[in-house]
Design a protein around this ligand. Structure first.
Ligand SMILES: Cc1cc2nc3c(=O)[nH]c(=O)nc-3n(C[C@H](O)[C@H](O)[C@H](O)COP(=O)(O)OP(=O)(O)OC[C@H]3O[C@@H](n4cnc5c(N)ncnc54)[C@H](O)[C@@H]3O)c2cc1C
Length: 434
């Protein structure tokens, strides 16, 4: 019998999972419900997007679906290193062994969506935009939704419900009514705002090499990350401590420009007045981390991606990990011949350790204090040299393990326990000072 799958959320994880489920043949009928409008039809909203980098963890998941890797690469830029810009104008390059594939989150979602709708017609796939999930009734397997355009409420039933609805997941919230479900949610200390700039032209006197992630950091931990985009623009974010941040006090376009001029002159040099104004009006976004005790409920609900294990953006792994979830679930469906009850339970068993480790790494692999950051850079350089010479005795550096390998997150955490606890202490004292 054909199983009815309801996916809540048309973000990267929900869309990639739809690809994988539909590829399994006509045993699954998929409906995706997304509260936002169809990103292909609305004008590009800069307030809700930011660049994402994908490494082998995410790219290998895309590669398994015909045409997806090519489609994503066609709209991405490869980054071969990070350029740290210092206050004195000097730069330091940390090269990358393997390039990162970087693109805008919304453009990634559009590419996944376009490929889905090209491959499957509405006899197997229906995507309902402007439809917000408002509650989940687990026992009768029903979901209440609201069409945000017509304000009409409606109810659907499902055989399998996928919570791919991000870090503030409503599907996850419904688990709170069940026995033995625990979930810890924390805001990361850094909030962020997106930044969109034109590429520097030859006359600007600003040189930001293509194919590098550009980064600037202030003593108080505020930092900017800027990347060249495929479309001749640059996109990035400024991250800053939630409390006492300098950004919240900016109230005019002039103040925005002065702030960047004083602290990030290269960014100011590229920022037109319109972007300063847009920046001022753009909301500050908070990032939530999520650690929960299981990702499934009975034989009929699964949490994936940020809904299951949202993580700090500083580690650049949320989407990569979300794509790993999709591959794991597909493998489990293979292993257990599409027996959902077993595959769902096994998903929790096999994923929990790595998902918890990922959140810990996200919080504490990279220091927020400028002082410890110098130690981090030194440690990275030494680890890289030692690993190159004595590869059997010395592990790759922590960032190589995270970005250049598919080593499970729990193993990385295990190899770098000492460093993680040092960073944790430093991060905690930095937060209490602020
Ligand atoms: C600044 C920043 C930089 C990042 N950089 C990277 C990076 O470099 N590499 C990386 O791997 N990851 C990165 N991430 C993390 C990455 O963006 C997320 O991990 C990824 O988007 C998770 O995908 P998802 O589909 O699980 O959730 P989301 O992207 O959050 O998508 C969830 C979807 O569900 C919809 N939704 C939510 N609630 C409802 C509801 N009630 N009803 C219907 N629809 C609903 C939302 O509108 C959304 O479209 C970054 C995150 C941030 C904030």
């Amino acid at each position: 019998m054909v199983k009815k799958i309801a996916i809540i959320g048309a973000g990267p994880s929900g869309l990639l999972l739809a690809h994988y489920l539909l590829r399994r043949g006509d045993k699954y009928q998929v409906d995706i419900y997304e509260r936002r409008s169809d990103p292909r039809t609305v004008s590009f909203s800069k307030s809700r997007t930011y660049p994402i980098s994908l490494n082998e963890r995410g790219m290998s998941a895309l590669r398994k679906i015909e045409g997806l890797e090519e489609a994503i690469k066609a709209i991405s830029v490869e980054m071969t290193g990070t350029m740290f810009h210092q206050k004195n104008g000097k730069t330091r390059l940390t090269p990358r062994k393997k390039p990162l594939t970087t693109l805008d989150r919304t453009k990634l979602a559009i590419a996944l969506l376009e490929s889905l709708t090209q491959k499957y017609n509405n006899s197997r796939l229906n995507i309902h935009f402007n439809c917000q999930c408002t509650s989940v009734d687990l026992a009768p397997k029903k979901v209440k939704l609201q069409n945000l355009e017509t304000e009409e409420d409606f109810t659907i039933d499902y055989d399998l419900l996928i919570g791919a609805d991000g870090s503030r997941s409503l599907v996850r919230e419904s688990f709170l009514t069940t026995e033995d479900f625990e979930c810890e949610q924390n805001y990361v200390p850094n909030d962020y705002k997106s930044i969109f700039l034109p590429r520097p032209d030859e006359n600007s006197g600003i040189h930001l090499e293509q194919g590098k992630i550009h980064s600037w950091m202030l003593k108080d931990g505020t930092f900017v990350v800027l990347l060249h985009q495929r479309d001749e623009s640059m996109g990035g974010v400024i991250l800053f401590l939630h409390n006492k941040n300098q950004i919240a006090n900016l109230s005019t376009t002039e103040e925005v420009l002065q702030f960047f001029q004083k602290n990030f002159p290269e960014v100011a040099g590229l920022m037109p007045k319109e972007e300063a104004e847009a920046f001022l009006n753009r909301p500050v976004s908070r990032i939530l981390t999520v650690r929960c005790s299981r990702y499934h409920q009975g034989d009929s609900v699964l949490l994936i991606g940020d809904a299951a294990h949202a993580v700090s953006s500083s580690i650049g792994q949320g989407c990569n990990a979300a794509f790993e979830d999709v591959v794991l679930f597909d493998n489990l469906l293979n292993e257990y011949s599409d027996n959902l009850a077993v595959a769902l339970e096994q998903f929790t068993i096999r994923r929990k350790c790595d998902a918890h480790a990922l959140v810990e790494l996200g919080d504490n692999a990279f220091p927020s204090s400028a002082g410890l950051f110098i130690e981090f850079v030194l440690r990275e350089s030494i680890a890289k040299i030692m690993h190159k010479i004595f590869s059997k005795r010395f592990a790759p550096s922590i960032s190589e393990l995270i970005f250049d390998t598919t080593v499970p997150y729990s193993e990385i955490l295990d190899s770098y326990k000492g460093w993680i606890s040092k960073v944790k202490k430093s991060n905690e004292s930095l937060i209490s000072e602020n």
